[in-house]
Design a protein around this ligand. Sequence first.
Ligand SMILES: Nc1ncnc2c1ncn2[C@@H]1O[C@H](COP(=O)(O)OP(=O)(O)OP(=O)(O)O)[C@@H](O)[C@H]1O
Length: 688
Amino acid sequence: MVAAYLEKLNEQQRLAVEHGVGLPADKAGGPLLIIAGAGSGKTNTLAHRVAHLIVNGADPRRILLMTFSRRAASEMSRRVERICKQVLASNAAIMTDALVWAGTFHGIGARLLRIYAEQIGLNVDFTIHDRADSADLMNLVRHELGLSKTETRFPTKGTCLSIYSRTVNSETPLSEVLRNRYPWVSEWEQQLKQLFTGYVEAKQAQNILDYDDLLLYWAQMVGDPELAEDIGNRFDHILVDEYQDTNRLQSSVLMAMKPGGRGLTVVGDDAQSIYSFRAATVRNILDFPKAFSPAADVITLDRNYRSTQTILAAANGVIDLARERFTKNLWTNRPSGERPRLLTVKDDNDQASYIVEQVLANRETGMMLKQQAVLFRSSSHSGPLEVELTRRNIPYVKFGGLKFLDSAHVKDILAVLRFAQNPLDRVAGFRLLQMLPGIGPQTAGRILDTIAADPEPLVSLAEVPPPPKTGEDWAHFVELLAGLRQSGSQWPLEIAEARAWYEPHLDRIHEDAETRKSDLLQLEQIASGYPSRERFLTELTLDPPDATSDQAGMPLLDEDYLILSTIHSAKGQEWRSVFMLNVVDGCIPSDLGTGTTEDIEEERRLLYVAMTRAKDSLTLVMPQRFFTGGQHAQGDRHIYASRTRFIPATLLQFFETATWPAVSAAASERSARQIRIDVAARMKTMWK
Ligand SMILES: Nc1ncnc2c1ncn2[C@@H]1O[C@H](COP(=O)(O)OP(=O)(O)OP(=O)(O)O)[C@@H](O)[C@H]1O
């Protein structure tokens, strides 16, 4: 008998779900590539495949499921449970709870590295640096090597880290990366090598891994055939979502774990590849089939279930102009709806007013706020809209905005926990010590040097004579760390202890301590969802919660709220109504890119991703004039904008063009007649 859930799938989806299933564990099917267009049911299909494997006897503890974000992983697990329920009834939850290896590449890497730490000579207490910490460490090393005092300008810490990261992730020699991506830095190749060597040594001495190390160490680990086999054999099935956004290193890891491709499934869409700035490469998808012998099976999902015919036609039009395409155009048998709107407004205040008016009008017709989203290329674009929403009391949640974890007070608390976990972590140590009154960078550096030489740094910390002017604060500090270090400490009680210690300092350091305290409570609540300090620190660093909302804090989940999101964070989502801000040149394509053809092509795919999020209604808004960032609030630098180059005149047939507020013929006539003085004419006559 065919399971009922299979009947809801279309033929291609079903082939993808059933591929190689039902074979004994050691005979899992051969490799499979699912090329899935936008809205073609990729997530749905992958969830069905996992459920189908489980229903057919696969051990969920031996399934490795890698997604792009933790949010996607938990959403996938929920879907798997719902599908399994149809067959396994009450046992479904037990089986899906056992799906313990679902997460991001980096998160899974961190877990495997802890398990194999001893075998690869890694101290199991390693802490992980996020990008900002890594840049700080890079900066420290840059100073130490005297590179910050060069005559011509040496690249900034951020640029150095980007170069390092791209070189590592793309498995490309430094010289080539410099030549292709950073030609203006080429003269510094030797110094950069020296800097990167110093950076690697510093990380090792401090027992720190950065994001890239998680993949790099993992790749090195599976470079050893025995370890590769051991790790590969932990999993009967490996499934990877959003394969178009993986990089060379990630594909090397996969190939090493499953050299024959048995049990390996990857899913992706080359038209939605938007992470090449992290060295992701679309070649991973393209080269996947022939990486195996016999080649991997390829199944294409090209039926779009999400969008109306009219929205899809416009999106297809945009992606059709891409230079290189591998997947076919999508089709749908959803009826045509209104054509997507291409709306001109005066400036970004009008843009905000229009959206508020429209969102409320939609709500009047029964469309909840949650079913509507406003997307933008860059987080800063939503400023005026956020003001307008707050003023009108419309709740919203913003994704991809200022990271909660970037705020100083949250970083402070995390530094406490990180230092307790790994007292060799200098970036955490520096931050922490300087919170104490009377301790500056020099004293902090000296203390860290002293304790780093001791095999038990925190014991040695207790023996450091209290630095002058620290008063009682020093004793409290030493006591706190000793308490946190004790293995008997209970999680998440530790974070409450850290907070109790930190709050008096918070009051002293920050004027708006009260609002910051509520963030710390929220952090504590998040912490209680993790089994241990180490898991909390790791996962939070790797995949921070990216939703922020207005001062009132996150709305309750059952409340209704509008979604604001960067396009990058909108990946994989869908809404009934989608508005996109600033669909003008300079915003998309963004003028931040280097302007290379590849960068421009990626911007085109971004617009495509944004457009394909819409189910029933899509509005692209084009302010004719908007204020540029990087100036104070009352600054008046603005630019006049023109429609994005990705929608040339030939594509206008797919859109309804309009202006808001609508200018009636009578009104425009009136304004023509109302001209009181013709300045232009006077100017012209001035020189006659
Ligand atoms: N066989 C099907 N029958 C009906 N609806 C389907 C089917 N498969 C998928 N859908 C619907 O299509 C929509 C898109 O599915 P899903 O989110 O899985 O797409 P996706 O391929 O992951 O999209 P994207 O890559 O654009 O993020 C969802 O609303 C889903 O319920």
